[in-house]
Ligand binder design. Structure first.
Ligand SMILES: Nc1ncnc2c1ncn2[C@@H]1O[C@H](COP(=O)(O)OP(=O)(O)OP(=O)(O)O)[C@@H](O)[C@H]1O
Ligand SMILES: [Mg+2]
Length: 268
């Protein structure tokens, strides 16, 4: 279980998160949604130990403040919102960095792991390409492969591991969005925990087990998709009139991916 209590963050004198509490279960995909600037990235960074915050975050019952960088790196991996690369890495070199996150070397890992991860994100054959020569969506998937190799097995010594993904599909076309969201679901269904910041509310409704809706540094709602994705809360948070499950009044086309296989919709 992931449990964050009374997380508060201020930048200068400006409070950005105000006593936020957040709980996620292993075996589930928990999405964090909310408008730009509502504090999603800040909350994620506080819970991964990448940002100093007041409050407490427990990963599987252990306070992250009590974990060494190497211990933390074995328990959780983080896909940041933007991952620009300043060095001329090849794809394979970048993905291999995930094997060494938080520690100088890791003995006994499967040498084919980077290739497996690249295949999983649809980038088999990209190993020798330079990362800065890739398209935006390709770069985002390389970064995801790097994160995956860090904690490839969703459960280690009986304990779930945690994937923190900050807008993992923001640069992806609709087909690759589905591949990545299914990958995240598979990780959860294999026993790991996934916390994903999302802007696409339709994909979120389709894939998330739980959703937390943040607004102005507060939790506006948290629960199952049908509990959180309500016309009232969404309209109030995003500042525009939003209607769920209603075709557009002007007709025309609207395009949604078909329901994913083998998934009974939560709350349906
Ligand atoms: N390092 C920083 N210094 C000062 N202010 C910051 C810093 N990081 C974030 N903020 C501010 O904190 C607020 C929350 O930022 P955060 O990145 O958490 O938003 P977000 O919900 O992830 O938004 P988005 O959807 O645009 O990614 C914003 O108003 C932002 O300008
Ligand atoms: Mg953000």
């Amino acid at each position: 279980m992931l449990s964050a209590t009374d997380i508060s963050v201020s930048f200068g004198k400006r409070p950005v998160l105000n006593s936020v509490c957040f709980t996620a279960n292993a075996g589930e995909l928990h999405a964090i949604v909310g408008p730009n600037g509502s504090g999603k990235t800040t909350l994620l960074r506080a819970m991964t130990g990448d940002l100093t915050a007041t409050g407490q975050t427990l990963i599987n019952g252990t306070d992250i403040a009590d974990l060494s960088p190497a211990e933390l790196a074995q328990r959780r991996a983080v896909l940041p919102q933007s991952g620009n690369i300043a060095f001329p890495f090849t794809v394979l070199e970048l993905v291999r960095l995930g094997l060494h996150a938080g520690m100088p070397s890791r003995a006994g890992f499967d040498p084919n792991l980077p290739q497996k991860a690249l295949t999983r994100v649809g980038l088999a054959g990209f190993e020798g390409r330079f990362v800065q020569d890739l398209s935006g969506g390709e770069r985002q998937r390389v970064q995801l492969a790097r994160v995956l190799v860090q904690i490839w097995e969703p459960v280690l010594n009986g304990a779930p591991r945690w994937l923190f993904l900050d807008e993992p599909v923001s640069a992806l076309d609709i087909g690759h969005q589905l591949i990545v969201m299914q990958l995240a679901r598979d990780y959860a269904e294999a026993g790991g925990g996934v916390v994903a910041v999302m802007h696409d509310l339709n994909l979120t409704a389709m894939f998330a087990d739980r959703i937390t809706l943040l607004n102005a540094g507060h939790v506006r709602a948290t629960g199952r998709p049908d509990e959180v994705l309500t016309d009232g809360d969404l309209s109030a948070c995003y500042g525009c009139a939003l209607r769920t499950n209603t075709p557009p009044p002007f007709g025309g086309k609207w395009i949604l991916p078909q329901a994913i296989a083998n998934r009974t919709h939560v709350g349906a």
